[in-house]
Design a protein around this ligand. Structure first.
Ligand SMILES: [Zn+2]
Ligand SMILES: [Zn+2]
Ligand SMILES: [Zn+2]
Length: 179
């Protein structure tokens, strides 16, 4: 099968602009995040079961799928809401520790932020999705010796603590000369 041997050339397809919205329950402090494709992020308070969600923050983001130019294979990424980078939220945020360690190896680490699982735990991409995303971003990287590693965002300390940069569009990579 062509698909099995194809050295995929991923292109972005089926893009959707929107916002990643974070809300917090003012009773139990549970944070929930979701993708909203509205023109402006929704900010109304609402109740769901035992929770009272309040708007916390939002950031522009883009949803997309990846399609191979050569064999036509599509990797759907509809559960991916945004790609984030830990901005050193706490000393011991695992994602920060991984990022800092990787930086020394000239590698940028990002978290793939997904819809939460039904039980509220952090969602994650599967291996095929992660591999395709990593191939896509690394293929676009111009500077020699640099690498990008996209990991499940579940490595972050917590949704409420990990102050993250959200990449507003997939062309937005860190500056070359970032310290
Ligand atoms: Zn292919
Ligand atoms: Zn609650
Ligand atoms: Zn963090």
């Amino acid at each position: 099968m062509a698909e099995d041997t194809c050295k995929h050339t991923w292109k972005i397809t089926d893009t959707r602009d929107g916002f990643i919205v974070a809300e917090k329950c003012f009773h139990c402090s549970q944070v929930r995040e979701y993708f909203a494709s509205e023109r402006t992020p929704p900010k109304e308070e609402y109740r769901e079961g035992p929770h009272y969600y309040n708007y916390m923050t939002s950031a522009q983001t883009i949803q997309f799928n990846l399609r191979c130019d050569k064999c036509g294979k599509v990797v759907a990424l509809r559960n991916l809401m945004a790609i984030m980078q830990c901005e050193h939220c706490t000393e011991d945020c695992p994602l920060h520790l991984i990022s800092r360690t990787a930086e020394e190896q000239k590698m940028w680490v990002f978290g793939a932020l997904c819809y939460a699982a039904p039980d509220g735990s952090e969602g994650t991409l599967d291996l095929e999705q992660l591999l395709a995303l990593n191939e896509f971003f690394n293929a676009r990287l111009k500077s020699p010796g640099k690498k990008i590693l996209i990991l499940p965002s579940a490595f972050r300390a917590s949704a409420s603590d990990c102050k993250a940069i959200i990449l507003t569009d997939v062309g937005l990579l860190p500056e070359e000369d970032e310290e």
